[in-house]
Design a binder for this molecule. Sequence first.
Ligand code: GCB
Length: 577
Amino acid sequence: MARGSAVAWAALGPLLWGCALGLQGGMLYPQESPSRECKELDGLWSFRADFSDNRRRGFEEQWYRRPLWESGPTVDMPVPSSFNDISQDWRLRHFVGWVWYEREVILPERWTQDLRTRVVLRIGSAHSYAIVWVNGVDTLEHEGGYLPFEADISNLVQVGPLPSRLRITIAINNTLTPTTLPPGTIQYLTDTSKYPKGYFVQNTYFDFFNYAGLQRSVLLYTTPTTYIDDITVTTSVEQDSGLVNYQISVKGSNLFKLEVRLLDAENKVVANGTGTQGQLKIRGKGFDWPLLVKDFNLLRWLGANAFRTSHYPYAEEVMQMCDRYGIVVIDECPGVGLALPQFFNNVSLHHHMQVMEEVVRRDKNHPAVVMWSVANEPASHLESAGYYLKMVIAHTKSLDPSRPVTFVSNSNYAADKGAPYVDVICLNSYYSWYHDYGHLELIQLQLATQFENWYKKYQKPIIQSEYGAETIAGFHQDPPLMFTEEYQKSLLEQYHLGLDQKRRKYVVGELIWNFADFMTEQSPTRVLGNKKGIFTRQRQPKSAAFLLRERYWKIANETRYPHSVAKSQCLENSLFT
Ligand code: GCB
């Protein structure tokens, strides 16, 4: 059901570097300034799902040509949100195909009259394929969710006297195909004794609900016609000084003068520069007060200092909070569910590289990002996956030579074909949960074997990137049984004993699965979603949260005050600044 031509299957072969790769321009986070204005388009949009059999009625009847209400009934849809959770209509929750959003905007007169102003339409993310029309004109298409895209619409709004009313129509298709990220398949069920004609299901190979729609903010912003299009910052330390290297890309004209000022948290200028590239030298450390946002307060309460954006890039505002809170991030792209051999084809590889370009372009200047992750649990035992991962990793390294690159593996150490190319080995394992369930006594042995095998083969640092147990808050049983809070706690305790054996050697990180319970598709193994959270979906702690809190603060204090007796409590006001 993807728009356009059918999936092109191509045998894996050498890719021509640079061929159609390379994003045009930057993707800076829009900020208001004396020369830039923003107009948020969050709020109620008109919405319609195309329930027609082929899901193409909207294109056949050209719904974008006229206001959406003229072609049929619409409902209110808040933006940002996932359309799946808003309506009481069961069909919409599980809808697969094209949905249509529309919103009218009145522009300030200056935006339409002043030809020295550029007007840009920016969509924070549209999962997963989007087509955008402005006043009925096909303006922008984008493939892939979770990442922003934008178009200069000046020539559509600056067209003579007062077209100050703008109609924005966005069609979004959430169908996952073998070449989307994450990939998926559509299966038609043709046994007419069981299914009505034309019945199909969307198969996915990952463990979260495929929420869709305009899930992040949509906005309009302006820049002057000569404008900063992109900034790339890399940092290093030389003795007592921090070095900030910058490169600035200016578009629109060659006649400009650039002054660069670096501000600290209190907006004081700490370094100056001029020109499109240079180096700023600064001294000292930054310090941030905790912000009043629940998840970050919980991270701080826990003493956690890192997370992975499993399994897609998080909102830009989350990355900004991480910068402020000193939380380091393994920034992962939506390369999840790469489970079938046919997903490792050239079209997917090309798209995957493009997605990594978009991730790096968006997040490269966040100091919080410590590593890029190109995939979660791909079928990395396949030869074709080895080549595919090698290419995506090499491409990511060429985009950002300053950061390590990884993918998260759950393959056997002897069979994994992608591990030779990563800088850090990230491993997911579920001892005593998906294997040998109930046998907590086996965890330490199995974990030690896992670490020793991988380290012996690769001699690379290792992160335990997932471990955990499904736990229904309020279920208790002692001695512990699966799904109880006691079982989750005991399982983590056993893992921690194993992790501590290797922690000072080559195991450089541990990431619990999961921070909080989350929604998944229905299945016999999921009780209203994945319940491996140490917090509920409402952010209340399960018993395991207290265990982790003890552990994380103890480790943090050991590191920060190596000569005092390690205490398992927060010793300061600030987190890891
Ligand atoms: C995994 C996946 C994660 C799942 C988790 C689980 O290995 O990476 O997406 O949610 O296991 O709970 O099964």
